[in-house]
Design a protein around this ligand. Structure first.
Ligand code: HEM
Ligand SMILES: *[C@@H]1O[C@H](CO)[C@@H](O)[C@H](O)[C@H]1NC(C)=O
Ligand SMILES: *[C@@H]1O[C@H](CO)[C@@H](O)[C@H](O)[C@H]1NC(C)=O
Ligand SMILES: *[C@@H]1O[C@H](CO)[C@@H](O)[C@H](O)[C@H]1NC(C)=O
Ligand SMILES: *[C@@H]1O[C@H](CO)[C@@H](O)[C@H](O)[C@H]1NC(C)=O
Length: 344
């Protein structure tokens, strides 16, 4: 009896080992899959969906902020969760640099999702993957009626990429050629540029940006610019805390009004309006998305999947962070460098 139990234990261990070996060989293929968490963390989908619903119910804009976090993660040295890291010894956070400074937000929602996941399936779901699924669920929550599959298997970076944030995040002052280059730099083409820019159908922009880019851009409707100049007058309004809607028609709905706005020359950023005002195939793509919402939705999903593949860490690269703000092991004393942490 002792021997038979020993033998069956050995068989079980071999079976476990085989599972481990087959897992290693599939993940080292550097390919993300839609089924990655189906066995390892089946509750992931319900947890993220529910937390996104709660966060968006509390504040509509949060959907936009969460969509943007995944973009800012992916463009800067790949979708590796680096944007979530706070300052720590050897780490300079990306949060206060360039396009993220006074702007990237939603970190507390990611923290909540991560802490629930650490109870449900400890050491399993990467922060980079949480950003990818949270972005999708946020868009769906506010109107993207044609969902898309999220691919998983990313791992988290061991460092941040603060020094290159400004090299990789596109500027709202960019012209079409600059935007095209910036996207080509991360293997995204003009269709991707235009479809993903459609995320500006939700969310807000600071007056600081509008004053610097929109007010003097003659591609943009003069009446609209005059109105924005008044509403963003730096003598009357704080340029950082005063916000305008990116989509002046339906600011909190993930629809195709962004493209209709562009065709009336009511894009709010220079980088938005140039997608319509620069001659080229881009004009046809904008027209298509303005006229066929389902084409925009389809391409937004396809381009989001492409963006989610940028320089991902898979297999045994990187790690699964315990706390998205820190590389493992999590410091026992939270460092009060990030005001968002200190105020908790
Ligand atoms: C094409 C180049 C892009 C440029 C130059 C750009 C620039 C900007 C700027 C300047 C803001 C306002 C930030 C602020 O004032 O705080 C903004 C907001 C936003 N961006 Fe973009 N963006 C681009 C592409 C994208 C992409 C690809 C996505 C996602 C797929 C995206 C999603 C968003 C969202 C959702 C917001 C609103 C965020 C919020 O309200 O918290 N953007 N973007
Ligand atoms: C971030 O914005 C603040 C103003 O709120 C400014 O003082 C600081 O220099 C900015 N940081 C960077 C790295 O641009
Ligand atoms: C982060 O680490 C990777 C791998 O060790 C390295 O290639 C990259 O240059 C590092 N990035 C920064 C900003 O230090
Ligand atoms: C392209 O990537 C390089 C780094 O690899 C960066 O220095 C450069 O600024 C990027 N160009 C654009 C247009 O984003
Ligand atoms: C961009 O790439 C997609 C495939 O990912 C392709 O279907 C589309 O036609 C390309 N767009 C352009 C303008 O090349």
């Amino acid at each position: 009896m002792g021997t038979s139990r020993g033998a069956s234990t050995a068989i079980l261990c071999m079976a476990a080992l085989l599972v481990v070996i087959s897992t290693i060989s599939t993940t080292s293929a550097q390919e993300l899959t839609t089924t990655f968490y189906d066995q390892k963390c089946p509750s992931l989908f319900a947890i993220v969906k529910q937390q996104v619903q709660i966060a968006v119910k509390a504040e509509k804009r949060m959907a936009a902020s969460l969509v943007r976090l995944h973009f800012h993660d992916c463009f800067v040295n790949g979708c590796d969760g680096s944007i979530l890291l706070d300052d720590a010894p050897g780490i300079v956070t990306e949060k206060n640099i360039g396009g993220n400074n006074n702007s990237a937000r939603g970190f507390e929602v990611i923290d909540t999702i991560k802490s629930i996941l650490e109870c449900a399936c400890p050491n399993t779901v990467s922060c980079a993957d949480i950003l990818a699924i949270t972005s999708r669920d946020s868009a769906v929550e506010v109107g993207l009626t044609e969902s898309y599959p999220v691919y998983f298997g990313r791992r988290d970076s061991l460092n941040s990429s603060d020094s290159i944030v400004n090299d990789f995040l596109p500027s709202p002052a960019f012209n079409y050629a600059e935007l095209k280059n910036n996207f080509h730099n991360v293997s995204l083409n003009e269709t991707d540029l235009i479809a993903l820019s459609g995320a500006h159908t939700i969310g807000r922009v600071r007056c600081q940006i509008i004053t610097a880019t929109t007010i003097d851009d003659t591609n943009i409707n003069a009446v609209y610019r005059a109105q924005l100049a008044k509403e963003c007058d730096p003598a009357l309004f704080d340029p950082i805390t005063t916000l305008k809607n990116l989509d002046l028609k339906t600011p909190d709905k993930f629809d195709n009004n962004y493209f209709k706005n562009l065709r009336r020359n009511e894009g709010i950023l220079t980088s938005d309006q140039t997608l319509q005002s620069t001659p080229g195939i881009n004009v046809d793509i904008v027209k298509d998305y303005a006229q066929n919402k389902e084409n925009f939705y389809r391409d937004y999903g396809l381009s989001s999947i492409k963006m989610g593949n940028i320089k991902v860490l898979t297999g045994n690269k990187g790690e699964i962070r315990k706390n998205c703000r820190f590389v493992n092991p999590v410091p026992s004393i939270k460092l009060p460098t990030d005001p968002r942490v200190a105020s908790e």
